[in-house]
Unconditional design. Sequence first.
Lengths: 106, 164
Amino acid sequence: MVPIAYYLVLSAILFSIGVAAFLIKRNIISVFMSIELMLNAVNLAFIAFSRQWSQITGHLQVNGQIFVFFVMVVAAAEAAVGLAIIIAIFRARNTLNVDQIDLMKL
Amino acid sequence: MHLALFIVFAVLCVAGALNLLLQRHPINSALSLIVVMSSLAVLYLLLGAEFLAAAQVIVYSGAIMVLFTFVIMLLNAGKEERTHGSKLAYIAGFPGAAALLGLLSYIFLSRRGEFGQARLGEYLATTSDLSRVLFRDLLLPFEVTSVLILIAILGAVALARKEH
């Protein structure tokens, strides 16, 4: 038996590491990867809460898991479009450093 | 058994995430993110979400991370350099993230009795349970996501195409 709170604390740890990485990383791909890490942390919290809701009501509840499913779909779409944008930025600027990508126009 | 599995894979998760944070080269960060996502799949399985565990491995550590490593190799991304702007992020970033972690952990741990215990093998959400809700109650949102993915594919092709 594991308290569900432990899963939630793990999710908080992963989310905080994701926030720190998002702020500290200077490579645009690494920044994007830390966003994915935060999404994963939130998914873990959703599944843990879904499990808790099942235990409260006494029978299986899958709504939280459905939410995770939609998050995964959106994350896949987001990764495809985001990486395409990164490729376009790299073609235009020849750099991946976020400090050098600070103008709207070239 | 459950606790041992949880501790092993939670430690693996946190170690991978810290490695992502500390590595300077994006390819190392990407590989440690794959470790995090695969261990999260095991944790989903421990919580009884078997379909999502499979989807996590296939979609996240399979498709999305392959895309990431592919782009890193395509753009030949090197080590990131420290710049002037990252100093402020250091000053504000670490205390902010630590404060967030402290607050959330305090809330979760102080009420851990209310959250209950997870037993292995209880409330196993099979694929048929999930699809019963997905295709009966949430059919319209499900179809809308397929349109979203179609638009994302078109957008990705349009954005990444070489301009002449």
